[in-house]
Design a protein around this ligand. Sequence first.
Ligand code: PLP
Length: 359
Amino acid sequence: MSETSPKLRAELEGIPTYKPGKPAAAGGPVAYKLSSNENPYPPLPGVMESVTAAASNFNRYPDMACSGLMEELSERFAVPLAHLATGTGSVGVAQQLIQATSGPGDEVMYAWRSFEAYPIITQINGARSVQVPLTPGDVHDLDAMADAITERTRLIFVCNPNNPTGTVVRRAELERFLDRVPKDVLVVLDEAYREFIRDPEVPDGVELYRERPNVCVLRTFSKAYGLAGLRVGFAIAHEPVAAALRKTAVPFGVSQLAQEAAVASLRAEDELLGRVGSLVCERTRVVDALRTQGWTVPETQANFVWLRLGERTLDFAAACEEHGVVVRPFPGEGVRVTVGETEANDIFLKVAEAFHREI
Ligand SMILES: *Cc1c(COP(=O)(O)O)cnc(C)c1O
């Protein structure tokens, strides 16, 4: 065997690997997966039917332009078709946004801790991550982020609500921040959990985008819409950003199954959002119970809660797993726990109660 291996780009060295939420253990007590912020409900009947119908054609390539879905989105959000781009999940679209804006020598800024895909997709493109710490209350520090902008800043992610803390930035502070960002820097509002927001002071990114050509909104069908396994997300942005997204897309990346399911989900929206409403009620119940137990929980507007456990993070995650729920630990920092089925949430609460009594 030769000692020489193919030359790979140096940027790939030391890239953090994306850690998927652990699957629920097979054969455990009862196993619930609260580690990936998925929707616990099975697909709606109408969605299943359209996917099943599309399945009989998967010897064919999908519609590369995602025309049906694009038209549905255009109408739903009252945006021109030219301002829309789809991708393989919103992570796929986020990666395209970096490809389109940032290379070696450029800076991509985001809060930290935030979504773990950001450092990975930044480094893949050879750009440099600028991570601005969250405030002690686990909220984006938008003033510090604006202060950290340099000549090299090309793209800024604002994850609202923030993964994994669930915290939000509100209208006045976000607008003040956007006013401070130079017009040639792209601000990406990652709204993967938009449908779970109940705080009226949290702005809808689509409203902000209308007046601001350097704002791009990212949405996904993976969370509230329950299509995580089908990989489809989209961006709303002015030209030339949306056009750049169409250029950087993997050809035929979004399968026909995903396109049909997304359209069917939008048409079944009332029912879907009813389920989201139930999850929001569960969220309130979970947060209230944790606070009653004595935990400090940041206010969450997403479908998960954040417990800052520091050195006890892995012990807590192990205790949960022992009782049949899998959560998402960030070693040394905390755990993110998805609001799931009532039974699963109850198990998590029971473990949390016992754990808090010990400390
Ligand atoms: C889950 C999530 C996404 C969406 O991922 P998909 O690729 O659409 O499945 C995007 N951003 C954040 C912050 C998320 O938590």
